[in-house]
Design a protein around this ligand. Structure first.
Ligand SMILES: [Zn+2]
Ligand SMILES: [Zn+2]
Length: 580
């Protein structure tokens, strides 16, 4: 097998395999492969943006598996301008519009800047997801002068760059025409696309070359990018500008000063070349005619002597049931939100099991239960090498990374369905859930054996199961119902209270719950039910639900009885003393 080639001829092939092949081809066999991602920390980074990070991560992991040297570089576009004041932020933050995200203070006062406030939660989630990347701050890169040669190169060849930009400007199809309203909104919010279009559109053709200058300084006086470039001297590399915010008129020397950045459509291809990027994903919005990718592809080869990286285009991720949840992103869920209810390998799995070009919805509603069942079934299949296919390959990619090994999963994988229904009736005590789960046929040594799934089941039940579907245990006995019992009902309750064990396990309680109507008809606990007994069981169960949880149905009765404990059950099934 050639170094860098695929392992095992019979192995299934998925989008990750193909993207890794493309990346190796771009880098050349035997060379270090650089996969890249980039994001602007302008606001909460939601689950759609997560594709930007996790797509190159899977490609890097595939290359590590093959023994190919690889690095995942992530660029934080934190030198981008602050664009608008979102809801919930003090209005005076409008003063910061036009300043770099790293120069805007954190309104919540927990981080050093606006940018850091939105990076931090994602960085934490990525660690939990096993995504390791080398992070680069564009503020640090630009202000340290790392890109000085590239800036001077772009500026010296600004006419060629402008010719490319102008060509695409005239036939530009906006992303909005090709995308849904939601996508267009995403585009506006999350994509670092401040660009030449923000130059003065009324500038006459002779002034155009300066108005559309490929480099934009932040005003030395007020720190905003609300500047109009007025003159450039190639000999002295001095750029003149005026600021419309504060009225400052001055110059910046591109050979010594580091107070600005290349416009986005030049900045992106510059970085492909500077970092030798071989693979980088891009959202659909970047891929339309006239988009930054199209323009960048021309500029990177004509100006920066590099080839546009191999790529995949990723589609958007939608959210079902979002309106029901309170999200840290104000309605659009983030990885932090998802990891409150999904084990980290499962969240990885949602992204790796589909090609990036496929859009999909993430649903935090009732389908989470089925998702866990599906995941557990796939895990059992993946344990058998004879059943290896694309689905089990996705399971392996989700479950382990080169450096972390297996990501955290419970030692005892109790079905999520069981954990959440017990969580529902126990009002959130992990110890109690553990005891009931133990007596329900899932032996384990401690609460820790059920984690991290137990916590996620508790959180999901508390945060995503609508109140109407939750079980509400009665506070007091239903005196009215208890005073109007039929003869059969009175008999059932007497037998039930008589036989209910004080410290029974699930089997013992199940036997009593089902056995009561049999005993009432003169049968034994272990006798097969007659048709009459079956009808009685239905009525008896409804009576218990009425008296315990004020509903006609609910969680499995033996589980419910165990969760409430014998004392509380006896109290709710006994008429209050002195009652009518
Ligand atoms: Zn903060
Ligand atoms: Zn200014």
């Amino acid at each position: 097998m050639a170094r860098g080639g695929r392992q095992g001829q019979g192995e299934p092939v998925d989008w990750v395999t193909r993207a890794a092949d493309d990346a190796v081809r771009h880098a050349g066999e035997g060379n270090l492969v650089t996969v890249a991602s980039g994001a602007s920390p302008s606001g909460p980074i939601h689950l759609g943006n997560l594709r930007e990070f996790i797509t190159p991560h899977f490609v890097a992991e595939e290359l590590r598996r093959r023994g190919v040297p690889v690095r995942h570089l992530h660029s934080w576009d934190d030198f981008d301008r602050f664009r608008k004041v979102p809801a919930g932020v003090p209005a005076e933050w409008a003063d910061h519009i036009g300043r770099p995200l790293t120069a805007v203070p954190d309104p919540w006062e927990c981080h050093v800047s606006w940018a850091e406030h939105f990076k931090a939660p994602l960085q934490e989630s990525l660690r939990e997801l096993g995504v390791e990347m080398e992070e680069i701050s564009q503020t640090e890169m630009y202000t340290s002068g790392a890109y000085r040669d590239q800036v001077l190169l772009a500026v010296s060849r600004r006419d060629e760059i402008e010719a490319v930009l102008a060509k695409h400007r005239t036939k530009k199809v906006t992303a909005g025409e090709d995308a849904s309203a939601q996508e267009a909104a995403d585009l506006a919010d999350s994509v670092a696309n401040e660009d030449d279009e923000e130059g003065d559109p009324t500038a006459a053709s002779s002034a155009d070359a300066i108005a559309r200058f490929p480099y934009r300084p932040y005003c030395r006086e007020c720190g905003r990018d609300t500047v109009t470039t007025t003159a450039y001297d190639d000999a002295t590399t001095t750029l003149g500008y005026t600021c419309s915010s504060c009225g400052f008129e001055g110059t910046t020397d591109l050979s010594t000063d580091t107070d600005g950045k290349l416009v986005w459509k030049v900045d992106w291809p510059m970085r492909w070349a500077y970092e030798s990027v071989n693979f980088e994903p891009a959202g659909r919005d970047h891929m339309t005619p006239g988009s930054s990718y199209t323009v960048g592809t021309e500029i990177v080869s004509s100006i920066f002597d590099w080839r546009a990286p191999a790529r995949v285009i990723y589609a958007f991720v939608g959210f079902a049931g979002v309106q029901k949840m309170s999200s840290s992103a104000g309605g659009v869920p983030t990885a932090t939100d998802a990891l409150r209810i999904l084990e980290s390998p499962m969240l990885r799995w949602l992204y790796v099991r589909r090609a990036p070009t496929q859009a999909f919805d993430i649903d935090f509603g009732p389908s989470v239960v089925r998702l866990y069942d599906e995941w557990d079934a796939l895990g059992r299949k993946a344990a058998d090498p004879a059943k290896s296919d694309v689905a089990t390959l996705a399971w392996h990619r989700s479950s382990e990374t080169a450096s972390a090994g297996r990501l955290p999963t419970p030692a005892v994988p109790v079905p999520f369905r069981a954990l959440s229904s017990v969580a529902d009736v126990t009002a959130g005590s992990a110890e109690l859930i553990s005891r009931i789960i133990e007596s329900s046929g899932f032996p384990h040594d401690s609460v820790a054996d059920l984690e991290p799934r137990l916590s996620k089941a508790m959180q999901w039940t508390a945060e995503h199961v609508p109140a109407a579907e939750r079980t509400t245990v009665r506070e007091t006995p239903d005196a009215e119902r208890l005073s109007s019992l039929s003869e059969d009902e009175e008999l059932w309750l007497r037998i039930f209270l008589d036989r209910l064990p004080d410290d029974g396990d699930l089997d013992a309680v199940t036997s009593v719950v089902y056995g009561v109507p049999k005993v009432a008809r003169g049968l034994g606990f272990d006798d097969a039910p007659t048709d009459q007994v079956k009808a009685d069981q239905k009525d008896f169960f409804r009576l218990l639900y009425n008296l315990l949880v004020d509903a006609d149905r609910g969680p499995r009765l033996p589980t419910l009885v165990l969760a409430l404990g014998p004392d509380r059950v006896r109290r709710l099934l006994t008429p209050p003393a002195g009652g009518s």
